[in-house]
Design a protein around this ligand. Structure first.
Ligand code: GRF
Length: 199
């Protein structure tokens, strides 16, 4: 069983989808042992409601250098083997990316390579899709490397844009119909790969 940490910054609906997937037996190869927030986040309450350990490491209060040190120390002290970014808004320190090479996954709310990279997060992604006039968008789970949203794509799921969509209605549907489905599936896929490597 692979021990995973989920890194969050916001409401934690993707975290909720992961916790439910684990509890319903849809992620047999991993256990979400820890939730780490880089700021006060409702996601920490969701962790507590599911009996999981939540830790707040306030990046803005301690600065990037201390944040990197604290994050890496917390992950290794808890024996974490894989990291899942779920609505995490800080740039992940190089030291963490190196320590967990090919073992960090991220959910991005578009079909990469569209509407991704620096500055594309949260509602901004859906505003850009609507502004461009694309008919199909969706979500992507990818391996995290040093390039923002640049790592190997693991899974994608398409969502049709509807004529009366706003950024808010589109965000909600992409979360419901794509993010919350492919993130647990991709997490299980990587956890299985990690387990097979260690055999
Ligand atoms: C959402 O915009 C989602 O698309 C992206 O992060 C934001 C918050 O997600 N992955 P969550 O509700 O905190 O999981």
């Amino acid at each position: 069983m692979v021990k995973a940490a989920v890194l969050v910054s916001g409401g934690g609906t993707n975290l909720e989808a992961l916790l439910k997937a684990e509890e319903e037996g849809r992620m047999p190869s991993l256990h979400i042992a820890l939730v780490i927030a880089d700021r006060e986040a409702y996601a920490l309450k969701r962790a507590a409601d599911h009996g999981r350990r939540g830790i707040l490491i306030e990046r803005r209060a301690i600065g990037m250098k201390r944040f990197s040190e604290e994050l890496l120390k917390t992950l290794s002290e808890n024996g974490i083997q894989m990291v899942i970014l779920a609505g995490f808004l800080s740039i992940l320190p190089e030291t963490v990316i190196e320590a967990y090479k090919d073992r960090i996954i991220n959910i991005h709310p578009s079909l990469i390579p569209s509407f991704c990279g620096k500055g594309f997060y949260g509602l901004k992604v859906h505003e850009a899709a609507l502004d461009y006039g694309v008919k199909v968008t969706g979500a992507t789970v990818h391996i995290v490397n040093e390039i923002p949203d640049g790592g190997r794509i693991l899974m994608q799921k398409a969502v049709y844009i509807e004529p009366d969509d706003t950024a808010e209605t589109l965000q909600r549907r992409v979360m419901e119909e794509a993010e919350w489905i492919i993130l647990p599936q991709a997490a299980e896929m990587i956890a299985k790969e990690i387990e097979n490597e260690s055999r």
